[in-house]
Design a protein around this ligand. Structure first.
Ligand code: UDP
Length: 319
């Protein structure tokens, strides 16, 4: 298929673009490089540097079989401080993309959504029919996009799938996580192991969890990429399907730190810090729908995620 990958110079986008090229698809990456890196665009993909709102229309006019839409702003804290960036960069830009898709009759869309659309869960594991009550503008912007996509699928026959990621980790060879401002747990812990940070602060040790630290559902970015390919194949015209992507298993912050110690052989000093505002105690996905409808099954372990992220970190440090 000829596929447009928006945000294909970012972490999840570049890994997906690499998987799509490896699977033999014709891939065009559109990215404004606001947070992505030109050298993260995989060999074999055509790279167009440009704004989603302006460049998507002229590109889709060439004729594409589908769009995988990863381009987004994705920092929770920033979204609280500057919500306008999220309504414009996520919602308005995606509206323009949807209009281009409609105008040029692009048949398929796979959208990078998030567990943040659910907010604080009433029960875990979280199913797709759980209430959507995002607790920050980032999650609200992704939920607004999901709502738009549903209406376009119903009204205009688009075959659409939204994938709601839980905690994505790991790397795919030279494609991995390179954020200017790092907020995610595993890269921060690995920064300690690689010597660029003294210690990791664990946000709270008095949560109602077995060891008192927060529990999250980590998923390897390669498992995630496989879900995107299945979604692309299974998308049905006129339907917007929404699937959670997680492993169904939770790991605490302390367990993640311990896994990183085991993989790296570094003692990784950890301190306890106050709870971070907005963190729920436990977030675990039910991925039963993705398993039954898409035939998707995540196979990579926490050790695989940490091991691949660690190799990626060391290779970049040595480069
Ligand atoms: N966390 C932590 N210290 C850090 C970064 C994160 O204790 O330096 C915790 C955070 O409170 C959460 C978990 O690690 O419970 C995962 O956080 P992350 O930001 O990686 O992902 P989120 O679950 O917020 O999407």
């Amino acid at each position: 298929m000829k596929l447009l990958v928006t945000g294909g110079a970012g972490y999840v986008g570049s890994v997906n673009a690499a998987h799509l090229v490896e699977a033999g698809h014709e891939v065009v990456v559109l990215d404004d490089l606001s947070t992505g890196h030109a050298d993260a665009v995989p060999e074999g993909a055509r790279f167009v540097e440009g704004e989603l709102s302006e460049a998507a229309g002229p590109l889709l006019a060439e004729g594409f079989d589908g769009v995988l839409h990863f381009a987004a702003k994705s920092l929770v804290g920033e979204s609280v401080a500057k919500p306008e960036l999220y309504w414009d960069g996520n919602v308005v830009a995606t509206f323009r993309l949807l209009e281009a898709i409609r105008e040029h009759g692009t048949p398929r869309l796979v959208f990078s959504s998030t567990a943040a659309t659910y907010g604080e869960p009433e029960r875990t594991p979280i199913r797709e029919d759980a209430p959507t009550r995002p607790t920050n503008p980032y999650g609200a912007s992704k939920l607004a996009i999901d709502t738009m996509i549903t209406s376009y699928a119903h009204a205009h026959g688009l075959a659409a799938v939204s994938l709601r990621y839980f905690n994505v980790a790991g790397a795919h060879g030279r494609f991995g996580e390179r954020h200017a401002v790092e907020t995610h747990l595993i890269p921060i812990v690995l920064q300690v192991a690689s010597g660029s940070r003294e210690s990791v602060a664990m946000y709270g040790d008095d949560w109602p969890t077995p060891d008192g630290t927060c529990v999250r559902d980590y998923i390897h970015v390669d498992d995630l990429a496989e879900a995107h390919q299945l979604a692309l194949q299974k998308a049905q015209p006129g339907t917007h399907a929404i699937y959670n992507l997680g492993s169904g298993t939770g790991y605490s912050v302390l367990q993640v730190v311990q896994a990183c110690r085991a993989v790296t052989g570094h003692p990784i000093p950890a301190t306890t810090a106050p709870r971070r505002a907005g963190d729920p105690a436990v977030l675990i996905a039910s991925s039963e729908a993705a398993a039954s409808d898409l035939g998707w099954k995540p196979v990579r372990t926490l050790e695989d995620m940490v091991g691949d992220a660690w190799r990626f970190t060391r290779d970049r440090a040595g480069a």
